[in-house]
Ligand binder design. Structure first.
Ligand SMILES: C[S@@+](CC[C@H](N)C(=O)[O-])C[C@H]1O[C@@H](n2cnc3c(N)ncnc32)[C@H](O)[C@@H]1O
Length: 415
């Protein structure tokens, strides 16, 4: 079915356009925010259409020519075809709508701290073709699009992408289809490569060829990790502190914005408190937001090892980092540890209901919630509201320009 003359009024988090037809909402692939177009319905669901744009009738006022030649194919960026100011407006709406829908909170003004648009990512993950070429997944599919550059990656990564591909091509020439995926991380001086391999037989060859590589190279085969050259971690400087981040530890991808994110969290939190940092990773959040007097909980044992090292390196005196599932905490633990305030920074799925119940049983007044998913944040704020809390402050950071993602920081207070 074709529907004509329809306006794209919003963009979903996955980059699809949103249009209202006479009967249902349509989610439209390949559409630009603000344009008027004809669409083809590919699937009719109970409450919506899955569709694709087939013809633009009137260009969007927000349109700009995407600066990346891979944009229309590559699944990495979703809104590079609209100007940056409009990207920010769209994200504001996304966050405001989530809060209104799930928590019945109507926010008039929401500040989003803006980022530099390009060269911001300290980490990119690429697929590797049979011949060793580097590629991203295509939009809306698992097919690959080979790339020679990524405008989002830090300059050091972009400058070295060709050399990195020479390595993956050379290995694949000797052992075709032996490499799966590569994660490239960089600080200001060094690059760390984390290559997922398909067969351990190739390890001796790689070791022999690349043991003296300029890059820090590590291999992952199933769960086994092998260091080939250099280190398996990088050191990052953040707000005057130093952090060791091992290859599988979580670390925010946009260095500049991470500083702004943590400064905002620090402002929301206040000072001179003992803080529980749930989902603390390698303690970058704990140390940058609160400094000393922290208890951190994190499921990744290696991140906890780094957290303890980072605490020591940065001169903390009163700290405890525990390798446990976040739902390990109960109100007795919070009382025993004399916790004054809580920082929450969960993965995209948000918080387990039990954690909210546990926190609500305590007398903790201030909770700073850092979220990369406005939908689960809004759901969890609603759950906190049902337990006698209110949203006091909220701000966002544009951590991920050219995509519909943002980091949101909320101060939730006991009433
Ligand atoms: C968004 S990251 C935040 C890390 C850290 N706060 C930072 O800013 O670097 C979420 C962290 O939660 C950890 N995690 C995921 N599920 C968890 C769970 N059930 N319990 C504890 N930690 C978990 C992940 O390993 C990851 O380090």
């Amino acid at each position: 079915m074709e529907i004509k003359d329809i306006k794209i009024i919003d963009i979903l988090q996955d980059g699809r356009g949103v249009a209202r037809t006479e009967s249902k909402t349509a989610f439209v692939e390949k559409a630009v925010y603000g344009e008027i177009c004809n669409i083809k319905v590919n699937k009719e669901k109970k409450n919506f259409f899955e569709a694709e744009k087939i013809k633009t009738l009137k260009k969007s006022p927000y349109y700009r020519k995407p600066p990346c030649p891979y944009f229309y194919e590559c699944g990495g960026c979703s809104i590079m075809d609209i100007n940056y100011k409009s990207q920010i407006e769209l994200k504001k709406n996304l966050i405001k709508n989530a809060l209104l829908k799930s928590a019945k909170i109507n926010i008039e003004e929401l500040e989003i701290i803006e980022s530099k648009e390009f060269s911001y990512r300290n980490k990119i993950r690429l697929q590797i073709t049979k011949e060793g070429k580097l590629a991203y997944n295509k939009k809306y599919s698992n097919d690959l699009v080979e790339i020679k550059d990524c405008l989002l990656a830090k300059d050091l990564i972009r400058e070295n992408l060709g050399k990195i591909e020479n390595i993956t091509k050379e290995i694949s020439k000797k052992y075709p289809n032996s490499l799966e995926e590569i994660t490239i991380r960089a600080n200001d001086k060094e690059i760390l490569l984390n290559i997922k391999i398909k067969d351990e037989k190739i390890i001796p060859y790689i070791k022999n060829q690349y043991k003296n590589s300029y890059f820090n190279i590590n291999l992952i085969n199933k769960k086994e990790k092998t260091n080939i050259s250099g280190k398996n971690y990088l050191i990052y400087n953040l707000l005057g502190k130093k952090f060791k981040i091992t290859m599988n530890d979580f670390y925010q991808v946009n260095d500049n914005m991470t500083e702004k994110l943590y400064k905002t969290a620090k402002d929301f939190l206040g000072e001179n408190q003992k803080v529980l940092d749930l989902f603390c990773g390698s303690a970058t959040s704990s140390i940058a937001i609160n400094g000393d007097n922290v208890v951190g909980i994190e499921i990744n044992k290696n991140a906890i090892k780094d957290a303890k090292g980072n605490a020591k390196e940065n001169g903390l005196k009163d700290y405890k980092f525990i390798a446990k599932n976040a739902n390990y905490i109960d109100h007795k633990f919070i009382k025993k540890e004399k916790i004054d305030a809580i920082v929450l920074d969960p993965p995209r799925a948000g918080l387990d209901k039990e954690i909210i119940k546990t926190i609500a049983k305590t007398k903790i007044k201030n909770i700073v919630y850092i979220s990369c998913n406005p939908q689960t944040l809004a759901r969890d704020i609603n759950r906190f509201q049902n337990k006698g809390y209110k949203l006091d402050k909220i701000k966002a950071c544009d951590m991920f320009s050219e995509t519909m993602h943002a980091e949101v920081i909320a101060l939730i207070q006991k009433m």
